[in-house]
Design a protein around this ligand. Sequence first.
Ligand code: NAD
Ligand code: MG
Length: 384
Amino acid sequence: MTRSITILGATGSIGASTLDLLRRERERWRVVALTANCQARELAALAREFGAEVAVVADESCLADLREALAGSGIEAAAGRAALCEAAARGAELTVAAIVGCAGLAPTMAAVEQGGIIALANKEALVSAGDVLMDAVARHGATLLPTDSEHNAIFQCLHGQDLADVRWITLTASGGPLRTWSDERLAAVTPAQAVAHPNWDMGAKISVDSATMMNKGLEFIEAAHLFPVGLERIRIVVHPQSVVHSLVEYRDGSTLAQLGPSDMRVPIASCLAWPGRMDTPCKALDLPALGTLSFFPPDEERFPATRLAREAAEAGGAAPAVLNAANEIAVAAFLAGQIAFTRIAAVVEQTLTRTLPSAPATLDDVLAVDSEARAWASNILEHA
Ligand code: NAD
Ligand code: MG
């Protein structure tokens, strides 16, 4: 029996890991839509390889290249934000939401509104839209499967359990490549150093987020929506080896953890095969070779991002969307060589001191908060 699948963000790191798994079970999958920001030739090659119905680029200036690269294939080519949503709404049984940033929110919402299964990697969509997205999931009878490795771990540890019995959810964080750097060195970090993650091979934005610890801050908010046990029951522990992907402690003192290699194909496979299992080519865990697993409390003096995220989650309303938008702007400025690494969290903190709009109630509200916060953060950058 074949299943239909759409991959939003097919040319990225998560997209590539997903397609690698599909390639190994090619006959099981019917690909509906593949999307990218631009990368027209790469997207067209994937669409041809997987016989997609439609390929979509978000950036309309890339449409001519996409059309040319798809000529004679019979595969539809489209471009723009509306086309992304239209592709996401074609009703694939499973949609992998792997666009980076709040740019993925509207297409993810379009997939949710079809009521299918959404494997969510695009954490920024959930951070920004929070209750709006979760309400849509409930209203449309969609199933949200967490693809982020920590949340996938927690999802597995919660299987068959009652949330009311949970004492703690513990998110593990690698601490990123700069965990042990001095304050002086942190101030002079280059983009290349920040994206050189010791354990995971990921896109540039999430790699910087891992280095600042904002990735864990976003994941704290993501966890609060996916597993509503209360913010005070979610905590973060630094675990540099990235072997234990997260843990759930129950009120009887039992702690369940999910372990695995630091390869996103493991949590992606768990979503693709859910509620079953599938083979992956990932290396088995060799515990004696690993020897020691270590755990530390996070250092919020040097890496304030987790504090900022927790405060935004506690404030609720528009704050998480503002936090995310400011972070996207600051990370882009850092990657472009415009600001120092240590300014990223500072810009986010400063943006959050604005008088925030009221809690967004619809997708359009969230997108309005997002664009307003981007303008504030850009303004802070210009006047620094
Ligand atoms: P990436 O940068 O490698 O890929 C992003 C994808 O989104 C690409 O296909 C790109 O073309 C597309 N895209 C970028 N900007 C776009 C826009 N404005 N409109 C439409 N499409 C756009 O990113 P990634 O590392 O694959 O991460 C994707 C998402 O998954 C992020 O939200 C990230 O936080 C999350 N995630 C990634 C990993 C990982 O290991 N890479 C792990 C956990 C969660
Ligand atoms: Mg993660």
